[in-house]
Design a protein around this ligand. Structure first.
Ligand SMILES: Cc1ncc(COP(=O)(O)O)c(C=O)c1O
Length: 482
């Protein structure tokens, strides 16, 4: 909290930027929202943005750009090869991470594809604190297996542990020994662990993971997509980081890890991504994949204007006032909900506020997708688009059985520098209403279930008529309000 208010009861997170370009929003009447939801197969990915009031699906590629970023886009140097825009990106990466060797990729999962192709073989295992959907899909596609080694504390929905994304270090060492280092494709540390509530990893834990990897000769990889939020938490929750500049932390991690990759749709408020390393040979060993899958080495499938905005955005990712915005808004939303009794993941993490749907609808079985139900219901009753992060987002086992998620979460993402505090308050209000009316909620069942990444384009329908019941109750409570 950089700015202290005179009256403690007025204390709120304060935006350290102002809005100079706006986008009109629409809030459809609930009856229309019901129609739109059912047309979208109860899948919030299939809703149209024009029908949404609060788009809280993700923080990916929807963060607000700064005046400097949009200005930089005007000087983009369009060239298939040798673009000056790429040289400016390299300069920014050198400044932020201290690293010279850069492979540009069009987004985070493109980096994951290349890393899987380079390191994962049939029968090998990729160790990580927790999987991310696209990471796991790439590892399994080439015949590898993902093993998650997050410390048990990470799966406890409510606690006061500041770093729930930490690796279980003893398990990490044991797993490397059990499989043998040659079977380990790599160890991947995911900063700001997405699927368990944007929970951070401590600097101490990240360094210890890297040390274990070096001891056994295993490649260490940092997924830095959510590192901005993670650095905010390191600085505010970890004693050794309090007086470190963000840049010192980025540099230290770059020195420790063999490879870093990131989605610039998150890190850097932009689009694109990159794989970077101090080790030129490692980068060389992946170089051929860039023209094969992405584009030439100096654009990597990214539009040059986006390369410029990424470069500028990376400099902004050193600024604590920008880094603080997301986590402070999320903490505010979590406190509002928690004080009301709504089950949320605590402590507040980065990326978004997470509702614990196993507690929101405790009697609903995993097989009826409780998190999918709450996500669909929030669009219906508030025009709010969240993302399901529970069983729906899992892949079925090879034998076709469901893999039930450890945590049934709904994520209300807070894209950086986008929403005002009154909009966040509106979201809190509608979630509280849904919580008070949770007895009306029923399950979902598949109409169309794709075999891969089903949560993106699968379609479901309500079991029974709980959605119509919610509309009726909404009208009874809110009259003709939108
Ligand atoms: C931690 C993490 N890694 C990787 C990715 C993939 O990045 P992208 O969406 O740019 O492909 C994401 C996206 O949400 C993420 O959260």
């Amino acid at each position: 909290m950089a700015v202290k208010f005179y009256c403690p009861e007025n204390q709120v997170p304060l935006e350290m930027h102002k809005v100079r370009v706006i986008q009109k929003l629409t809030l459809l009447p609930i009856e229309e929202r019901l129609r739109k939801l059912q047309e979208a197969g109860n899948n919030t990915f299939l809703l149209q943005n024009k029908d949404i009031f609060m788009d809280m699906l993700t923080d990916s590629g929807v963060n607000a750009m700064s005046d400097k970023q949009t200005a930089a886009m005007h000087i983009a140097d369009d060239a298939y090869a040798g673009s000056e825009s790429f040289n400016r990106l390299k300069k920014a990466i050198k400044e932020v991470f201290g690293i010279e060797n850069v492979l540009p990729v069009h987004q985070g999962r493109a980096a994951e594809n290349i890393l899987a192709e380079r390191f994962v073989k049939p029968g090998s295992v990729a160790l990580m604190n927790f999987h991310f959907t696209t990471t796991k899909a790439h590892v399994t596609r080439v015949g590898g297996e993902v093993i998650e080694l997050v410390d048990k504390k990470g799966l406890i929905p409510v606690s006061d542990d500041p770093f729930k994304g930490d690796f279980d270090l003893a398990q990490l060492e044991k797993t490397i020994k059990d499989y043998g280092a040659d079977k380990i494709a790599y160890v991947r540390v995911e900063a700001g662990t997405n699927l368990i509530g944007g929970q951070p990893v401590s600097l101490e834990n990240m360094c210890a993971v890297a040390d274990i990897c070096h001891k056994y000769g295993v490649t260490s990889i940092l997924d830095a997509s959510l590192l901005q939020d993670n650095i905010y938490f390191m600085k505010t929750r970890e004693a050794q980081c309090k007086y470190m500049q963000p840049k010192e932390i980025y540099h230290l991690l770059a020195d420790k890890m063999d490879i870093i990759y990131f989605s610039a749709r998150k890190l850097g408020f932009a689009r694109g991504g990159a794989i970077i390393s101090h080790n030129a040979d490692l980068i060389k060993s992946m170089m051929e994949f860039i023209p094969l899958y992405e584009g030439f080495l100096t654009y990597g499938g990214i539009d040059v204007r986006s390369i410029e905005s990424m470069a500028e955005g990376l400099y902004e990712s050193l600024d604590m006032e920008y880094l603080a915005h997301g986590p402070e808004f999320i903490a505010y939303l979590i406190k509002e909900l928690d004080d009301y009794g709504v089950p949320v993941i605590k402590p507040a993490g980065g990326l978004g506020a997470h509702l614990n749907c196993s507690a929101f609808v405790p009697n609903m079985p995993h097989s009826q997708y409780p998190a999918g139900v709450v996500a669909a219901a929030l669009y219906l009753i508030g025009g709010i688009r969240p993302m399901e992060r529970g069983t729906l987002s899992e892949q079925r086992e090879p034998d076709g059985t469901e893999r039930y998620a450890e945590l049934e979460l709904v994520r209300l993402a807070v894209p950086r520098r986008v929403f005002t505090l009154s909009q966040i308050k509106y979201v809190a209000d509608r979630v509280k209403w849904l919580w008070d009316n949770r007895q009306l909620l029923g399950g979902l069942e598949w109409v169309e279930e794709p075999a891969v990444l089903r949560f993106f384009f699968g379609r479901l329908k309500e079991i029974g008529h709980w959605q119509e019941d919610l509309v009726e109750k909404f009208r009874a409570d809110f009259g003709d309000s939108l």
